[in-house]
Every structure is written in structure tokens, then in C-alpha cells.
Write a protein of this length. Structure first.
Lengths: 429, 429
């Protein structure tokens, strides 16, 4: 390698989600110096985040310290910091605490909850993207029942025990199902004055059916299972207004609900637009077939922040497997370039299939032409999610919790904690 | 029973710590209506709280929803609320959200971290009494290492990686030992620029030896084990000043430390003084031999909030077993009164012994004249703490974590999370 003779190139990877971590894991050791930056000290297994929101799992069950993932890689430096700006000319990235010079930049900054231009709705209808979101939802849901249990006013009780999930994609379906179980089965024994099975869970979907990318038969199965769990599923319904403890649909119906959770849309991390990069309508960076940012051959964008129709004409979806594949592909492209080898063919997304769980022992699964529902699909869902979870310790914790929950109908993390924000935490000595 | 003929008496129990929960569990079912009030929705197993602070355990491992503990008791109503005042004349208790009339009141409001009159030190040296405290310490400790790893200034690195634990009682000893292990062993592999085993952990004790109530041989064993874990133990040292990232001892020594944790003192919950009840110097309520509050035969004070020298002349210590015993005793006294039976003899504290763990596989244990140190004492500590932990699920989680930690030297909860405080959480619809 001629590389080792000259100064090694410095690759800065921003974001330690599925894309950023996959890039680092796939990039050949010793070929360059990599700095992986994230504002958290952990990699989050987002597919199970809704279970933190519904008190099934603890945050640490689905989060693994980034340093631990790369503790054997001497060429990878992990930084906990937040990017504030990038000077593309001098190739300098500015963060809250320091600046870094880069030769190559991998933007894996992901997506955030999107409100289709109604950002003021965020105040009343929080999303579910990070651990903080999940803990806020958990605290809200459990607090609402605590309040309702001792509330003398029936209309307030009704409002407190009404949950609205907006968005009929996998996250919305899984969350609504979990809330249905929580209210119908788990919390039931805990409360004496209210009947938690009278709690109302709405699932609002703008499209004519749930889980639109799936086969219609699976959508229908999911809808039926949710209805069995007591969820009031409203398809072809659009939200036109969100206020404090209130949501209005396009058919004029107003639902009074203390708990509104927004799973309807995502948009690219605002940093992409702030940097002036070419973004689509939802703020995602439009990338070239090799995942490079147009006009910036030294910058790659991967994962949920990247907008791409692949070489076979498939619109790459914003899901974990796509981010993993993009991370590995970008590593291959950049490694080839640094080694002076031929450029790999353009990125092609390989659809490994989709799955979503709907409460206890029910799931839908679609792999190519294979479709499955029910208990076996649920077992498949369990196995795939356990296998993908980073960290052996986490796998065991989550499996233990799931077994308990299955046997006992009890959630393991039903505690309300709101740590004070510690101002000193932000100070440097 | 004549009781069931007339209106049942209403007992309000404030605080769901060891004392309050023990009272409710011991009080005969159906003899009265009980309302148990706590500002949290969970009972906290405080003896393991330091392991949440050092990222060994998750909050939900050592917290059990209060409702779940009493889900089979139809005579017990659980309320999540915070007491703000009591009108002793009309027997009305005021809380943030509602008021309650009581016939009997059981104050089990516990203790908080005490600074011997230097309350301004709290800003720089937080205590370890609740889950919020523990999460703050965890976030601070992990953030300090994240900062140090990428800090160019050696003196800042030194300050960031210096930990001062003030107080050589069981909590201070256990926390200092756990910090010694965390820095010497657990985090070591995660960091590349800093050697975490160079982190300094100080344990400051004002008395001439650690664990003063124990036999001197055990104090000496604890000191030696801590020194082996790299802890700098300073006995006969008094703190005279605490500032931002700085602590000064009475011998003039100034330690620059970004992490100062106060385990030196406790004082009664401020509510006792605010209510104008007869308190001692540390704000605890001075109770009569039957745990009633002087001048208020309808009010009991139990657990850490009660100051009592028992019928045998023993000063009852502020520990979990004493709170449990007081809770059961008060239940017996009140049940006898309601049933018109003779009054039980005055409260006598039964000392079941004391134990403290010092890092991995080392502990001290003292039961009467039996003294034990080392591995067997540690196994004893494990068994007693697992047995006392409320909730079967929690027992299994904690045991699993401990086994992992013992085998892998890895902490399971090394993630930094600071949930936003959710203003809406406090609103009622």
C-alpha cells in the first residue's frame, strides 16, 4: 500500500445510527483514520424504541455505547459532540466543542419527525425518534393513568385516557398495538377506580389502508388485529389541526386526547438544509448513484438522510436495512478509491422484506413473494430483531423481558422518571 | 368487628419508601381505608441506587410501581402527588392536585441529602437519594470521560477524571468502590487517548475511620480494599468549601474535580419543619416510644424521618431494616387501637446487622458478634439484597446484570440520557 507512506486520509463520519456504524464496521482497518461523531454516546436500536415508550424495555436494553462497538478498532476515534456547521472549502467541520479537518465526510445524520410544514404541532404531538422521545411518551402515558385514577371529572378522565397515534406505517402500527395491550391487559390490575380497558386508542392513517407498502392482505390482517386489541383504526383520515389535548380530522371530527403521538412523517435532519446541500422536498440530500453528494465527491450521504432512486429504479426506503447497505456500499466505494482500485457498480438496494408486530403473538411479514401472518411471523420478528440488536448483554436483557412479558402480562419498566436537566453537565472546567 | 358498622377510619400514609410500604403491607386488610401518597409512582430500593449511578443497573431494575405492590389490596388507594401542607385542626392534607381528609396520618417522608447548613454546596456536590440523582451522577461521570477523551489540555483532563466522594458511611464506601472499579476496569477498553485507570477517586471521611458504626477491623478491611481499587481514602478530613469543580479540605488541600458526590449527611425531609412539628437538629421528627408525634396521637412518624432512642436505649439508625420495623410496629399499634385491644409494648429496634460491599467480590458484614469479610461476605450481601428487592422480575434482571458484570467486567447501562423536561406533563386537560 502506498497509503501508509503518505499521511493517512481522515474520514469524518457524522452519526452513529445504522448507516454510520455499518460504514465504520465495513471500512477496512488501517486504511484511513476515522472519526465517528454523534451527539449521543450510544448507538440506538430504533426498531424497538416503541417498546421503551410503552414501558416494555429500558433505554439501556436497546442502546449500546459507541465506544464499546469499536473498542478493538485503533483507527476509529469516537467523539460525543454535535455538528453545527461545515466549511466545504477548507474541509473543516465545526462542532459545539471543537473543530475537525476532514478529507472525506460521511453524512449519516438521519431523519427526524416531520409535520408536513406544521412544526407548531410538535408541541402537542411529540414524535418517536430518540430515547428522550420514548421516555417522554412513557412518562406521559403512565402519568395520564395516575391522574385519571384519582380524577373526579369523567370528561377529564376520558381525555386523559385517550391516546391518538398518527401514522399507519410500521411505527404507528406497532405503537398503537402496544398501547392497546398496555391499556387492555397490562395496566388493568393496577388501577381500581378506572377501567383501563375503557381507554381509547386511535390510529389515524391518511392512506386508505395501513402499512401501504405491504400487500393489501397484510394491511387488512394488521387492521383486524388492532381492532381486536381495542384500537380505533381510522384510515383515509387526515389530521388538519393539533392543539393542546385536541386533534381535528379532515371529516370535522375532534378527538379530545391528552396523549397524541406523531408517527406520520419523517424529514431529513435539518443540518442538511442548513448546510445548503441539494435536498428534496422532505429535506433529504439527493445523492448520486454512488451515494456521493453532487458537487462534493469527497462527501457521502447514507441512510435516512439520503434520497435515492437506485440503479434498478427502486426508490430506496428509509429503513434500517437500507441504511446498513448504504453504509457498507460507501465503505466499499471509498476503500476502492483510496486503494486506487476500480470503482464498484452503482448502489442497488436489496429488499430483504418487511415486518411489523401487532401486539402479542401477532405480526406481518413479507419477503419477496412470501407473506406470513400470525404467531410464526411474530416468532420470525422476534428472532430477526434479537439477531440485529447490538451487544450480547442487550440481547439477553431484551429476551428476558420479552419472556417475562409473555408469561406474566406485566411490563418491566413502568416507572415515571424525569431527571432534572443538569446545567453543570454542559460546563467544562 | 364494630368497625365495619360505623364509617371506616381513613389512614393517609405519606411516602412509599421502606417504612410506608411496610406499614401498608402489615396493616390488616379491611380494618380501615388507606391512601398511600408518594410523589413518584414507584417504590425505590435505595440500597442499590449507587449501582444505577455507576451504570451497573437501570432505574427500572430497582424500582417497582407502587400500584403493583398493592394491586390485590382493595382497601389501599395509591395516589401520585406531593404533599404541600397539613391542617392539623381539621385533619386535612393538601397536595399539589387535591386535598384529603384523614383520621390517622402516617408520615414516612424520609430523609434528603444534608449539607450541615451549607445548602449552597448542593449546586456543586449532588447527593444520591433518588433515581434522578443517580441518573445525574451517571450522566456526569460518563460525560466527563467523553470530554476527557478528546480534550487537549492535560490539566482539564485531570480535573474531568477526578471524582470526590464525600462521606465514609456505607453509601460513600460502596459508591467509591464502584467508581474505582468503573475507572480501573470497566471503562478501560473503551477509551484510547486517556488511561481511565489514571482517573483519581477520593473518599473523604471526617471521622478517623470508615464505616464508624462497624468494628474497627472491618473499617480497616474496607479501607484496604478501596486502596487496592485505587481509591485515595482520606480519613479525619473535613470539607470546608465546595465550589465549581473544586473542593477544599480542612488541612488546606484543594482538589480540582469535575465530579463531586455528597454522601456525607442526611437530614429529615423539609416538610417536617415546614409543618411546625417537633424536630431535632437534623430536621427529623422526635417521636414518642410508640412512634406517635408528640401532641398528635393521630399522627405517626416512621422511618428516616423519625428520631427515636428506643425502649432499650438504642438510637435507632436511619437504615432500611429500621424503617421496615417501624412501619410494621406502627401498623400493629394502630390496628390494636382500632380494634379496641391493649396497646403493644414500646418500639424496640432489632439490629439484624450491617453490610457493605466494596467493589467486586469483597464486602464486610457484621451480625451481632459475627464479623465477616471477603468473598463469603459478598455472597451474603448479594443474597440479602436480592431477597429484599421487590418484584420477581426485578430480582431476575438484577441477578442477570450482576452475573454479566462479574463475567465480562462490563457495565450494562453506560448510556447518557437526559430527557427533556416535558412541560405538558404537568398540565391537566
Amino acid at each position: 500500500m502506498t497509503q501508509s507512506a503518505s499521511r493517512r486520509k481522515h474520514i469524518v463520519v457524522v452519526g452513529a445510527g445504522f448507516g454510520g456504524v455499518a460504514f465504520c464496521q465495513a471500512f477496512p482497518e488501517g486504511l484511513a483514520d476515522i472519526t465517528l461523531v454523534d451527539r449521543n454516546n450510544y448507538h440506538l436500536f430504533q426498531p424497538l424504541l416503541y417498546q421503551v415508550a410503552t414501558a416494555d424495555l429500558s433505554p439501556s436494553d436497546i442502546a449500546e455505547p459507541i465506544r464499546t462497538i469499536f473498542d478493538r478498532r485503533r483507527d476509529i476515534t469516537v467523539l460525543m459532540d454535535e455538528v453545527t456547521g461545515i466549511d466545504f472549502q477548507s474541509r473543516i467541520i465545526t462542532m459545539r466543542r471543537r473543530t475537525l479537518q476532514y478529507d472525506y465526510l460521511v453524512l449519516a445524520i438521519g431523519a427526524r419527525t416531520g409535520y408536513f410544514g406544521n412544526d407548531d404541532w410538535a408541541r402537542y404531538a411529540g414524535g418517536l425518534k430518540g430515547i428522550e422521545d420514548a421516555l417522554n411518551i412513557r412518562n406521559r402515558v403512565l402519568s395520564a393513568f395516575e391522574e385519571a385514577e384519582n380524577c373526579p371529572d369523567p370528561s377529564q378522565v376520558k381525555c386523559l385516557t385517550t391516546f391518538v397515534v398518527v401514522g399507519g406505517g410500521p411505527t404507528g402500527v406497532e405503537l398503537a398495538g402496544a398501547l392497546g395491550e398496555l391499556t387492555r391487559r397490562v395496566l388493568r390490575r393496577d388501577f381500581k377506580n378506572i377501567d383501563t380497558s375503557q381507554a381509547r386508542v386511535f390510529l389515524i392513517q391518511s392512506a386508505p389502508r395501513l402499512l401501504p407498502p405491504y400487500h393489501p392482505a397484510l394491511s387488512e390482517y394488521a387492521r383486524q388485529k388492532l381492532v381486536q386489541l381495542g384500537v380505533d383504526v381510522r384510515v383515509s383520515s387526515r389530521v388538519v389541526r393539533v392543539g393542546p389535548h385536541q386533534i381535528e380530522l379532515d371529516n370535522g371530527k375532534i378527538i379530545e386526547a391528552a396523549n397524541i403521538i406523531w408517527c406520520a412523517g419523517v424529514e431529513g435532519h435539518p443540518l442538511a438544509r442548513k448546510l445548503g446541500l441539494p435536498t428534496d422536498r422532505t429535506g433529504r440530500i439527493q445523492v448520486e448513484p454512488d451515494l456521493r453528494v453532487p458537487g462534493h465527491p469527497e462527501i457521502f450521504a447514507i441512510g435516512d438522510i439520503a434520497a435515492l432512486t437506485d440503479a434498478k429504479g427502486v426508490v430506496v426506503p428509509g429503513v434500517a436495512p437500507a441504511a446498513l447497505q448504504m453504509g457498507r456500499y460507501a465503505a466499499r466505494v471509498l476503500a476502492a478509491e483510496l486503494r486506487g482500485r476500480p470503482k464498484p457498480p452503482p448502489f442497488v438496494y436489496f429488499d430483504k422484506g418487511s415486518m411489523a408486530t401487532i401486539g402479542r403473538a401477532a405480526a406481518v411479514l413479507e419477503v419477496g413473494k412470501l407473506r406470513m401472518t400470525g404467531f410464526l411471523a411474530w416468532i420470525g420478528w422476534l428472532i430477526v430483531h434479537l439477531a440485529m440488536l447490538v451487544g450480547f448483554n442487550n440481547k439477553v436483557s431484551v429476551l428476558t423481558e420479552w419472556i417475562f412479558r409473555y408469561i406474566t402480562y406485566r411490563q418491566g419498566a413502568r416507572i415515571i422518571t424525569t431527571p432534572r436537566t443538569d446545567e453543570l453537565l454542559q460546563e467544562t472546567p
